[in-house]
Design a protein around this ligand. Sequence first.
Ligand code: FAD
Length: 342
Amino acid sequence: MRLTCVIVGITLLASCDNVTEKTRNTLVIEGKTMGTFYRVSLAGVDNRREAALRQQIEAQLAEDDHQLSTYKEDSVLSQFNQYQGNVPQPISAGMADAIVTSLRIGQKTSGAMDITVGPLVNLWGFGPKKQPIKTPSDAQIDAARGEIGLQHLKVIQQGDGQYLQKDLPGMYVDLSTVGEGYATDHLARLIESNGISNYLVSVGGAVVSRGDNAKGKPWQVAIQKPTDKETAVQAIVDLQGMGISTSGSYSNYYELDGKRLSHIIDPATGHPITHKLVSATVIAPTALEADGWDTGLMVLGTKKAMALAEKEHLAVYLITKKGDSFEVHMTPQFKAYLKAPE
Ligand code: FAD
């Protein structure tokens, strides 16, 4: 198999093309966004369209960043987080959609996926705030836990507008877990609106593809082996027009007081997860949906995640660490997308 695998930022998916086909007839536009990387591969599109497309892509990513970032103090989301009252605040239809989807997945995962987890994310140093120099105390964790909870956040449709309301003044909404999926779907729609129907787009670990690559074959996406040292391919899927996202506990972490801390926080304990599930990949009709589920499943751990995936008929691929090797669990829905290496 001759593949060039482009690691999408620090995340876990790689988009793979045959080397010759990529150089032959695929326009690739890539760059940095949202603390990670974006990549748009367009089959059969003339290079002369690059400047105009890049300008549209980067303008749209900048707008999504302005809506959803907790890393920019003047973003729409940061302004909502800074606001201490309970009067509904206007938000865009896109942001409302991302939050409604997140709240629904949050409920289905019994709060394992919780976009109000921001105070805990910040306390453990995985948001825009600095990493702590010592392990947060129980009192700090309890105080942060007192400021979270899906039931305290509401999206309200009023007239022809959407509004976001909180009933806890200290609430801090963190959309980092769905922002990449949201932006990926947005890019896919932008590409479609330019009359292009053979593409593969990704932002961080969220990917959407449609149609075929320049060789006339389905785009292939590789799930990386869960290790921070290798870029080895664990499995390859053909997305068939769907969205995919991977969440993992091994690529975004740091060590504190001799312990390795993952950026995925269990809202029930207030601590980073410690179990052996190291990677969760979900294929869903949109990248937003896939990106919402993967983090929730990571929090739940292998057994509960598999039970929920089966109940919800999700296409899910889990990698669990077992001693020095890895064990894979997947639903039949995921199996349908798996490809044998060429
Ligand atoms: P995922 O598993 O998809 O999400 C994990 C993240 O979700 C955690 O890092 C945490 O923020 C949050 N989280 C943790 N536990 C839970 C839980 N139980 N439920 C819900 N959410 C949880 N990073 C920068 O360094 N600089 C930037 O300028 C920057 N800008 C960004 C702008 C936007 C709009 C977004 C969406 C992200 C930005 N990021 C930035 C963050 C970044 O790139 C993240 O690392 C990324 O979004 C997390 O995605 P992931 O695929 O690594 O992990």
